[in-house]
Design a protein around this ligand. Structure first.
Ligand SMILES: Cc1ncc(C[n+]2csc(CCOP(=O)(O)OP(=O)(O)O)c2C)c(N)n1
Ligand code: SF4
Length: 350
């Protein structure tokens, strides 16, 4: 497919540490409906990768099926990509990650793709703590198949054609915290100021990082009676606080009142400095995170921001003690330990 984007680049465009401009992180033109929240999330991913100076050829983009799962075509066109079948992205991500731990994995899914057909695969991805960023573009409906309610649609919420939803909603963030995820965040496609740092923090985290982004479907679920509409989310979102992602080796210069700030050191030496709006909420404690999500839900609010972070967990490779090198770089000598060692291994099974 040809892109209609201009090939001319102004020489004065800002460049990152790699000498790349933001456009080096773009993909094909979007074919989604004008105003779809998913396009804003795509832009957030492009911005986050640009600001972090991520090498596009070191990234693998993975997705399932849905309008949301089409978006990897619209960012990082110099990266690896795999568009799997509906709800099966987690198993593709697991296989790829096991084969090559040196790539960065960005998975994009929808609430249908993750919370309905793919929920069985999703929960195991979380509990295994696969090192990847998992983005859910959450619009409370199946956009691609014309707007049926999804499992994240709130009880009582109604889409354009549907009746009020009679079922309880699945809260993917709360479920991920309960399953032991080390990084859980919630954003809104209409709040770029919060979304880009959330995505950056998720990309710097080692292990499974869930970013659930409320991303309204303007065609089927942007009604006055929908709790996933632009207006409803704007009126009901409550941020857990603001935060800075301070890259490795950069001095922390901001100063906030003691007690209101919580610093979390990331695996690569970067630091997340959270300026909390509520001192009673400790993002490093699972129970505290679950209580905060529940308390806000009871008040009819959507809690956004970093909801939980734990930098002490081991990822899948550490847990099952895989080899340090990507499988395709292993030599014959490394793969075959020799007759004597093989005999010793066989002896342990006799
Ligand atoms: C096995 C299978 N079952 C059903 C479908 C039909 N289908 C395609 S996308 C989709 C749901 C998409 O919803 P979501 O993941 O929320 O993405 P959105 O389009 O809302 O971004 C469904 C049911 C399919 N493609 N494959
Ligand atoms: S149908 Fe909805 S989710 Fe799909 S592209 Fe259009 S607005 Fe976006």
């Amino acid at each position: 497919m040809n892109s209609r984007k201009p090939v001319f680049r102004h020489p004065g465009l800002p460049k990152n540490d790699l000498g790349c401009t933001r456009s080096d992180y773009e993909g094909l033109d979007s074919t989604l409906c004008a105003g779809c929240g998913h396009d804003s999330v795509t832009n957030g991913i492009i911005q986050a990768c640009f600001e972090l100076s991520i090498e596009p050829h070191r990234v693998a983009k993975l997705s399932g099926i849905g309008c949301s799962s089409k978006t990897p075509a619209y960012f990082l066109n110099k990266s690896h990509g795999f568009n799997s079948v509906h709800g099966r992205m987690p198993s593709i991500a697991t296989g790829a990650n096991m084969a090559n731990k040196d790539l960065s994995y960005i998975g994009v899914s929808g609430d249908g793709d993750t919370a309905s057909i793919g929920i069985g695969q999703f929960v195991h991805l979380v509990r295994r703590n696969l090192n990847m960023v998992y983005i859910v573009m959450n619009n409370g409906c199946y956009g691609l198949t014309k707007g049926q309610d999804s499992a994240t649609a709130d009880k009582g919420s109604a889409s354009k054609k549907g009746r009020s939803n009679p079922f309880e909603a699945i809260d993917l963030c709360e479920m991920a915290v309960q399953l032991g995820a080390g990084f859980v965040a919630r954003g809104f496609s209409g709040d770029k100021e919060q979304l880009v740092p959330l995505l950056k923090a998720a990309m710097l985290h080692k292990g499974f990082a869930l970013v659930d982004v409320i991303s309204p479907c303007v065609t089927f679920n942007n009604t006055a009676s929908s709790t996933k509409s632009y207006n409803w989310v704007r009126d009901h979102m409550e941020a857990s606080g603001t935060f800075d992602v301070i890259p490795e080796r950069q001095e922390i210069t901001t100063h906030y009142e003691e007690g209101a700030t919580q610093s979390v050191a990331l695996h690569d030496g970067s630091v997340i400095q959270l300026h909390k709006s509520d001192n009673s909420f400790d993002v490093t404690q699972r129970r505290s995170a679950i209580n905060a999500i529940e308390d806000h839900r009871e008040k009819g609010q959507i809690l956004t921001g970093i909801l939980h972070i734990n930098e002490t967990l081991m990822d899948t490779h550490d847990i099952i003690e895989t080899t340090d090198k990507p499988l395709n770089t292993l030599t014959q000598e490394e793969l075959c330990p020799g007759n004597q060692t093989l005999q010793q291994i066989f002896e342990t099974y006799r």
